[in-house]
Design a protein around this ligand. Structure first.
Ligand SMILES: NC(=O)c1ccc[n+]([C@@H]2O[C@H](COP(=O)([O-])OP(=O)(O)OC[C@H]3O[C@@H](n4cnc5c(N)ncnc54)[C@H](OP(=O)(O)O)[C@@H]3O)[C@@H](O)[C@H]2O)c1
Length: 480
């Protein structure tokens, strides 16, 4: 039997939805396999219309696929992925394609791609965003892997991806781990975006006394303008929701400890090793960590805050300031995220089209937004743009919004309301645009205690000062 053009291994929520999505598209016949038989039986029984070809062993699965065999793994990331790859390699042949659609850490994808390539089989790490709903109706897909595998895989992935303005939200990101790298940064940006929205909500609530449902109206209004995005839209819905049991706003009943599955931390760890300051993403990740230490928060609750109650005189003006601060901070968060992709591409030798990345995020994924068209425009204008925030559109927006942004950060600081993502984004902005930074003093300190040397503004070379003894007798030594 050689009937299926694509197979899915792993039929939990993501795998079964992706398999259904694939089966619903013209031209696809889908083979399905799961380690334990029950999920396969259930999927096939519940969806006869899909015409799945069920397999109950890896041999049967391989036999049901036409060549080059193409299989998407959707299992628990980590050891589960390695276990499935080991089995598929035994039954696949050179030229076949194994796709990992799970949330793998990109260095694992680089390692797996290298090992699988040695067998002649192609391995593609593909980031898939959009959760269960996206998997079923159209996700944003970020595949890495070889050019050869893209020839077969491209049309299949295009058939199931979300569509934005007529274009499928999938592009070949780059070789080996590039797809999972970009998916990781996508998730990091998502952390920053969510934290910024949460800070905006907190400031408005504590500054104006508006109820969650009144603030939902504010977000609904914002969703009609430059902030229009899925995250703003769902924020309005979350704020409008009342708890069925108590009748209170649901947001007041939910425990204020944010969870995380680790992709934010990966983005920050990777940025640290690349030397790329993604302070918005880092603060968002740390804000979740801080919230999740109730034992520390309980003892620290006795520490003092400002004496005066926080209340703004003009609620509408304050809300407009917060809107502008949110937009400015968001520009910085995305600029930092794209900077990390640029640095990752340089480090790992990937050719990544940053404009194409922004376009495939316009639909299907969590950070989908109109805003991404502006990013695509910026890279269209200048493909090698060193800082996204300096492109014409974003520089103008920052110029318009910076006064409001500063007022909001000052107000938050004086009121004792934590706004780590708003304020760190502003600090990054000011650091980036500064003519001169106190890094000169840091270099002096480093040279003092560690003879780490420094460079001068007025001549070439590397210098070290002899700091001991009479400090007026400093001596500059060109160590070249
Ligand atoms: N859930 C989401 O919203 C979401 C969004 C984006 C990406 N993802 C990623 O998509 C992947 C699948 O997610 P999920 O939530 O559908 O499933 P999951 O809960 O992460 O994993 C369960 C699936 O993995 C299989 N599995 C685990 N260990 C295995 C092993 N050693 N060998 C073979 N199969 C093994 C299970 O098979 P059994 O039935 O036999 O136990 C089951 O099919 C994950 O990598 C996840 O991170 C999830």
């Amino acid at each position: 039997m050689n009937a299926a053009n694509i197979g899915v291994v792993g039929l939990a929520v993501m795998g079964s939805n992706l398999a259904r999505n694939l089966a619903s598209r013209e031209g696809n016949t889908v083979a399905v396999y799961n380690r334990s038989r029950e999920k396969t039986d259930l999927l096939v029984a519940e969806h006869p219309e899909a015409g799945f070809i069920p397999a109950f062993s890896y041999e049967e699965f391989a036999a049901s696929l036409s060549k080059p065999r193409t299989a998407i793994i959707m299992v628990k990331a980590g050891r589960g992925t390695d276990a499935v790859i080991d089995e598929l390699v035994k039954v696949f042949e050179p030229g076949d394609i194994i796709v990992d659609g799970g949330n793998a850490y990109f260095p694992d994808t680089i390692r797996r791609e290298k090992a699988v390539r040695e067998t002649g089989i192609n391995f593609v790490g593909a980031g898939i965003s959009g959760g269960e709903e996206g998997a079923l109706n159209g996700p944003s897909i970020m595949p890495g892997g070889s050019d050869e595998s893209w020839v077969t895989l491209g049309p299949i992935l295009k058939s199931i991806a979300a569509v934005a303005e007529g274009e499928p939200c999938v592009t070949h990101i780059g070789h080996n781990g590039a797809g999972h790298f970009v998916k990781m940064v996508h998730n990091g940006i998502e952390y920053a975006d969510m934290q910024l929205i949460a800070e905006a909500y907190d400031l408005i609530r504590r500054g104006t006394g508006k109820t969650p449902s009144e603030i939902a109206d504010v977000f609904e209004e914002w969703n009609k303008g430059e902030l229009e995005s899925y995250l703003i839209e769902i924020t309005a819905e979350v704020l409008r929701q009342n708890d069925a049991e108590t009748g209170k706003p649901l947001v007041d009943v939910i425990l204020d400890q944010a969870g995380a599955k680790g992709t934010g931390a990966w983005t920050v760890q990777t940025a640290l090793s690349l030397g790329t300051p993604v302070s918005g993403i880092a603060e968002a990740t740390f804000a979740r960590s801080l919230s999740s230490h109730p034992e520390q928060r309980a003892v620290a609750a006795t520490l003092p805050g400002p004496d005066e109650e926080f209340s703004v005189a003009d609620a509408d003006a304050f809300i407009e300031d917060v809107r502008q601060a949110l937009f400015a901070s968001k520009i910085i968060a995305y600029s930092q995220g794209f900077d990390e992709i640029r640095a990752g591409a340089a480090e790992y030798d990937w050719t990544i089209d940053l404009g194409a990345v922004s376009k495939i995020w316009r639909a299907g994924c969590i950070i989908r937004a109109q805003f991404l068209n502006r990013i695509a425009d910026a890279y269209d204008e200048q493909a090698d743009l060193p800082v996204l925030a300096t492109s014409t559109y974003f520089a103008e927006a920052l110029t318009r919004g910076q006064a409001a942004w500063r007022r909001v950060v000052v107000a938050a600081t004086q009121a004792g309301i934590p706004s780590p993502a708003f304020s760190s984004s502003l600090a990054y902005y000011d650091g980036l645009r500064a003519e001169r930074l106190p890094a000169a003093l840091v270099q002096g300190q480093r040279d003092f205690f560690g003879a780490h040397t420094y460079k001068r503004i007025d001549k070439e070379g590397t210098f070290h000062t002899l700091w001991s003894g009479d400090r007026s007798e400093i001596e500059a030594v060109d160590t070249h």
